[in-house]
Design a protein around this ligand. Sequence first.
Ligand SMILES: Cc1cc(N2CCCCCC2)n2ncc(-c3ccc(F)cc3)c2n1
Length: 249
Amino acid sequence: MFKFKKKTTTELDYNNIPKHIAIIMDGNGRWAQQRHLPRIAGHKKGMNVVKDITKAASDLGVKALTLYAFSTENWKRADQEVNYLMDLPEKFFSTFVPDLVKNNVKVNVMGYVDQLPKSTQNAINNAIEDTKDCDGMILNFALNYGSQDEIVTAVQNIAKKVSDGILNVEDINKEVVSDNLMTSSLGEFANPDLLIRTSGEERLSNFLLWQVAYSEFVFDDTKWPDYTKEDLINCIAKFQGRHRRFGGL
Ligand SMILES: Cc1cc(N2CCCCCC2)n2ncc(-c3ccc(F)cc3)c2n1
């Protein structure tokens, strides 16, 4: 049931650290279930792993780290679990903002934030304000996010610009679409170089569908609550071990 990991030291090429890493932090519920704990115990442990991996990624020189924290589909879960999850951003920032500032990490949140509880929105806005002058790694939380909704919203915004005479139909291209996605605030780091999904599932689950067109995917069997800096390094090593092509030879 519990796999003991062989300690290995992996050498990374620090000239080829993926600039933007996106992570689907999966396996929290199953981690708790295997230990006969309530699901929220997995989320609680998972939040502490977010802190560890944020620090690890920043130390490794990652420029942007996107974490899939809550999808638009997660509202279907039990009320008790959703209520607990909605408190996590506040809990995270109440203890971690000083560390983020110390590590020069800038907070960004993408998703339909206006649909979240006001207390959650306030915690997010305060953290964004407190870290706005940080110019190190961007910690980008996907919260109440869904890629298909994101694309529909982008199409609606572009159509409005055309009807308002701001944009001509023939001027709509890939850059215009990208500029209207929620990741546009990440600038040159909008598209992940590496997408990691933990706990062995090999699905995108409506995450960054447009942005991952040329990303490398690494699926790690480790459940998120057990994920460590060593696991992140191993995933980056797999990324570095692949010959990356952008559609060319
Ligand atoms: C809903 C949710 C769940 C959540 N889990 C812990 C990580 C595993 C995935 C599920 C549970 N975490 N962890 C951190 C946040 C968070 C989100 C936004 C923000 F601005 C600051 C922190 C979070 N949010």
